[in-house]
Design a binder for this molecule. Structure first.
Ligand SMILES: Cc1ncc(COP(=O)(O)O)c(C=O)c1O
Length: 374
């Protein structure tokens, strides 16, 4: 039995007719940039996240870049973030001429550790303008601690919620836990488009207005530019398709949560090898499981074993950002962030998408158990 890490075709088959109808309407309208679908999706996403404003942009990466710009981050400023995240979190900082400052993560949730943020700020708070907590794998960072630190040191919080649309922390949704939140509609995300796309979500009218201006070359009035912005709009076609999918997102999220629970039950019943640690859900968290990530010993051998059986897995992420070649100039070394470095060697994402079947999950679990010789 083959089990793909993600099979988008299963989902597409169910919504194909509706998506094509909506796409046809866009083609017939000949209105491709910032039309009614983008505005409607912005309102719908804002409502979904329980926020006042949402602004569609070209990608999750641009959502981070534009949020930082709106927050006033520029050359020489420092932005604290996690080294254990997708590249775009930190590259967006660097692209503005600002400096990514990494601090280590919590070993249980893989999210940035508030204690380490505070320690870093105590050492030097000079030029630190913002913190980007990443809600990794679909679970929010420890936002109480992060917000308290941000208030104390008067710095902005930009949430990287690319993997966490719909996740909540102590009853409040991702993207409403800081000053501004960033979503990605990359096809593998819980709300994945048919290409690139992203959105900025905030309760702060000033920040929303800035992002709106920055995404169209820094202009509010056509051909009059008050800032050097970028061209970063969400396509009308993407928005039309995403609106079809958004109507189903809550149901799909429930399925992901159900599948995560089933992995727990299956490992419980069939015998969880001691080499395998299942994901930890923190207090007050409601994760959305964009990924289901286990921590294992002999990770690469297990991955090869599963691949040989036709089971797809992925490593998010094999190399922490402070060790990436392009960030050598920052001066970090191996050993600086041991929790992240260890996670990079041990994490493995298993299939978790909503349409995954119970029989497939059973096969994944039994194949892992077999590998460890149970
Ligand atoms: C944590 C994180 N941040 C940022 C991004 C960037 O989003 P995008 O690929 O839409 O630019 C992604 C997704 O790829 C992500 O997973």
């Amino acid at each position: 039995m083959k089990v793909q890490l993600l099979d988008l075709a299963r989902q597409y088959r169910k919504i194909r007719k509706e998506v094509l109808e909506e796409a046809k309407k866009v083609f017939d309208s000949q209105h491709y940039v910032l039309g009614m679908n983008v505005s409607a999706l912005e309102s719908e996403i804002a409502a979904y996240c329980g926020a006042r404003f949402a602004v569609g942009v070209a990608s999750g990466t641009d959502a981070i870049l534009l949020s930082l710009m709106a927050a006033g981050v520029g050359p020489g400023d420092k932005v604290i973030t996690s080294p254990f995240t997708f590249f775009a979190t930190a590259s967006s900082i660097a692209r503005l001429g600002a400096v990514p400052v990494f601090v280590d993560i919590d070993p249980m949730t893989y999210n940035i550790d508030p204690g380490s943020i505070e320690a870093c700020l105590r050492k030097s708070r000079k030029d630190v303008k913002a913190i980007i907590p990443v809600h990794l794998y679909g679970q929010c960072a420890e936002m109480d601690g992060i917000r308290a630190i941000a208030r104390k040191f008067r710095i902005k919080v930009v949430e990287d919620a690319a993997q966490s649309i719909g996740a909540s922390y102590k009853g409040a949704m991702a993207c409403t836990l800081g000053d501004i939140g960033c979503l990605s509609f990359y096809p593998t995300k819980n709300l994945g488009g048919f290409g690139d796309g992203g959105m900025v979500v905030t309760n702060d009218e000033g920040l929303a207005e800035s992002v709106r201006m920055l995404r169209v070359h820094g202009s509010r009035k056509r051909y009059y530019h008050e800032a050097i912005g970028v061209n970063s709009r969400l396509d009308e076609l993407q928005a039309a398709a995403l609106r079809v999918k958004l109507r189903r997102l809550a149901g799909w999220t429930e399925k992901r949560v159900e599948n995560a629970g089933r992995y727990g039950t299956l490992f419980g019943k069939m015998g969880q090898p001691e080499e395998v640690t299942l994901p930890h859900v923190g207090a007050g968290q409601r994760p959305v499981f964009n990924q289901y990530v286990i921590r294992v010993r002999k990770r690469d051998e297990l991955r090869e074993h599963l691949s040989g059986l036709g089971i797809g897995t992925e490593i998010y992420y094999p190399m922490p950002l402070h060790l990436q070649k392009c960030f050598r100039y920052l001066g970090y070394r191996s050993g600086d962030f041991p929790v992240s470095e260890r996670a990079a060697k041990e994490v493995l994402a298993l299939p978790i998408y909503p349409e995954l079947k119970a029989t497939e999950q059973r096969h994944v679990v039994s194949s892992i158990i077999k590998f460890y010789g149970k």
